[in-house]
Structure formats: structure tokens, C-alpha cells
Design a protein around this ligand. Sequence first.
Ligand code: NAD
Length: 489
Amino acid sequence: MTITSAPADEYLAHRTLYIGAEWVAPRGTGTIEVVSPNTGLPIGDVPDGTPADIDAAVAAARAAFDDPSGWSGLPASERAAALRRLADEFDARKDRIAALVSAQNGMPISVAGQLEAVYPPTLLRYYAELAEAQGPDVRDGMFGGTVEVQRSPLGVVGAIAPWNFPQTLASFKYAPALAAGCTLVLKPSPETVLDSYVLAEAAEAAGLPAGVINIVPGGREAGAHLVEHPGIDKVAFTGSTAAGRRIAETCGRLLRPVTLELGGKSATIVLDDAELDLASIGNELFVATLANNGQTCFLGTRVLAPRSRYDEVVDVLTAFAASMTIGDSLDPATQIGPMATAHHRDRVEGYIAQGRAEGGRITAGGGRPAGLDAGWYVQPTVFADVDNTATISREEIFGPVLSVIGYDTDADAVAIANDSEYGLGGTVWSADPERARSVASRVQTGTIGLSRYIPDPIAPFGGVKQSGMGRELGPEGLAAYQNLKSIYR
Ligand code: NAD
């Protein structure tokens, strides 16, 4: 099999930024070099956006928003038509986008094709329909008269995306924001910038008016400048809890609305009647625990196993982890690709060393896979004999590392699941859906699945505790970009 570590083996060099529907020269001279996690070799570079570039992008978004005959003033149906054109243009480029994401962050191409290529156009069409369907809202008043509740777009949005699902998580923001009539500046993460140029091309081909979407790749400094920019009305952030806390502080000081989708350390709760045959549960277990090389915020990396079946759960997970095909992310057979960066690989390995040092027993993986010396690979790793106080049970590793923690009763399982700073995702596995639902209802989390997990566009997605504030997706995701005004008649 031929494996190409950059799509079409091309080196991609971009020299401009997409601001105001034009390809403009950057204000600075720095560049972001993108390195393949499969090979460690450079595969492209783009301008490193500076605060001055953010200023230009915000000015373009501001001008577009403040023009009463522009985007924010259009009937919802016209904006919806533009979003559908953008969805079509995205679809026309979806294979390239999936390949670029995979080439940059190590996401297996099979995963990229099912998620990164699918969520954005799905959300664009969903929010186009939802915004179009919002009619007048007039309510009978309790003290006589009527009240008209008007929804207006919130303004200019600063959207900051992480590298793990760069396209999907950007679309969680721009699809509802644009449908609501907001305009937006998107700052992609430095690790995944090449795909953002294809999104800009799609926006240009769809004929989105000048300034409606502006894209400035950059690092923390550019991100922080965007968050506190006086021309911004709302911040939408997905990333680490540490960065989210800093952003929340800034937004608190400015009284600026903010949505924060942050880290996780969710629980995979296996009840004592659960089906454990990998032939039937393997695919769903993969999505719930290891998808995208463990670099997914909602994964249930703490596996809670009933003591009566503890050894069986460990054996199943050990076989599951050992069965994974590890390799170049662009190979369609790959299930586990490399970690996104060398630094991140080192971090994941540090956690594995710590798990060992704290007495955890490795039953699968624990090292680097043989024969894959060039990229930043880590074997899927299973730790048995750990409890919920271990560092690897408490901190987000963001790699393919699972801890199996024993429990006695369903109530214990719930207590252990809730004994975490985080509350984002998780799953409950049981042959009895009502029992699983009862356990799921008691877990402190923003989302949870019963024997499967997939964020559904129609339902709010987000976290509790240190996993974030606010919700994306669903009608709630649209409301997050709208001001409400009550007119008492
Ligand atoms: P990160 O916080 O390092 O970076 C995320 C983005 O924020 C990047 O674009 C980065 O340049 C920018 N940034 C960093 N510091 C900033 C600051 N002070 N001000 C403004 N912008 C700043 O996170 P990452 O390593 O790219 O992503 C991994 C993290 O994201 C994990 O913790 C993961 O759980 C989390 N995540 C959460 C969700 C969710 O929906 N809850 C989804 C995916 C990832």
C-alpha cells in the first residue's frame, strides 16, 4: 500500500490571510510551520497571525455586522441560502479537508472522513433551517396586553478552535453564529491551519459577503488579543481548561458573553449485566474511549468495572487495545494514528510513566509501537489496578490511555464517576436500557451515551464543572448567538 503523509505529497505554502473576503498580505513576517505527525517532516506553512491581523479581521467583521443592509439585516431566508451554498462548497472539498486534517493532527483518515467532513455541512444546513423557521414570537401577557420577544444577532464573534477536531469545532461556532446574523473572526490552532484555507476557499466560492467570516491562523497571543478586542461582542472557545479559565477571566472583566468547551475526564460505566463481546460492541467502544487517538474531549478514559466482572473487563479492553491497527493517519486501515505533536507525545508518555510509578499494572501497550520510528506514536495503553485517586484517573491525558477502576454497586459507580473536576461526556453500558438511563441521569455531566456515544447536532453539547460553560449545538446553540428583546405592548 502506498501511504502519502501529505495529501498528494505536496508542500503547501500560503502567503495571505482571508480577511474581508479578500486574500490579503499579513501585517507580520512570522510563519507557522506545520509538521506531519506521521513523519516529523514539514508539510506546509502559513503566516503567523499577529494582533494587527486580528485588528484587520475584527474591523472587517465589524463593518459587515454594522451595515444595516448587510448580513445582519438580511432576512433569515437569504442568510440560510448562503449557508446552504457554503455547505455545498464544503461538500465539494470534503475529501481534501479530511486529508489535510489527518495529515496535520494524526487523526485517522477514516475518522476524519466520518466526522470532520460531515459535521460542518450538516450543521450549516441544520442551522439554516432552524434560523429560517424562527417566526415572530408574541405572547399573551400575564398582566394584560402582549409581549413580543425579538431575537437579534449578538454581534461580532471571536471564535477560537483547538487542533483535535479543527473543522468540526469551528463549525459548532460559525454555523449557528452566521445563521443568527452574526459575523465572525476564526482563529484556528497553529497545529491545524492548512485546512482553514480550504474553508476560506469554500466561503469565497459560496459568495459569502465581505467580512462575514474572516480567518487568522495564530497562537496564544493572537487568540488573547481577539478575546479582549473592543470590537468583539462574544467569544466562543474550545480548548484546554487552563486557557478557558484565562479567557473566562478576561470576559468576566469585560462582561462579554462567552461559551467555553473545555477538557474532560469522563467515565465509561460498565454495569454488571453489560454485553462485552467485542464483535458486537467494538465499534461503539472505540468511539466512546479511543477515537482520534484518544485526543477527543468527551472520551470515557476512566473505565468503571464492577468487581464481579473486573478481570473480564480488563481482558476485553486489553484485547481491544491490542487489536488496534496503528499507523500512518492517511492509511484507510489505520485506527490509531500518531499524537498531534512531539511535545504532546512526550506529555502522554509522561502520564504513562506516572501511572506505572503510582502502581498501575499495564495490561496493553505502554510504549511506542515497533517499526514506526519517524512519527509520534504511542500504543493504546490499558492500566489495571488503579483507583480514582491516581494521577492518570484525575488528569486529562488526551491520548490513548485507559484506566480500569473497580466498583461495588451502581451507586458506587455513580459516585466515582462524579468524583472528578470534569463533567463532559461518558457512557453507560448495560443490557437494560432503563437501568443504564437511571445511572446516566445521576452522572454529573453535560452529555452521556447509553452503550454508544455520538454528539448529535440537534441536542445541546457542553460540559459542567471544569469542562466548560454554555452549550453548543441544538436550538440552544443558535440562542447563544442571539440577543433577546421583550417589547411589552
Ligand atoms: P489549547 O487550550 O492549548 O488551545 C486551544 C486554542 O486556544 C488554540 O487555538 C490556541 O491557540 C488558543 N489559545 C490558547 N491559549 C489562549 C489564550 N490564553 N487566549 C486565547 N486563545 C488561546 O487546547 P488544545 O491543546 O488545542 O486542545 C486540546 C484541549 O481542548 C483539551 O483539553 C480538550 O479536552 C479540549 N477540547 C474540548 C472540547 C469540548 O467540546 N469540550 C472539544 C475538543 C477539545
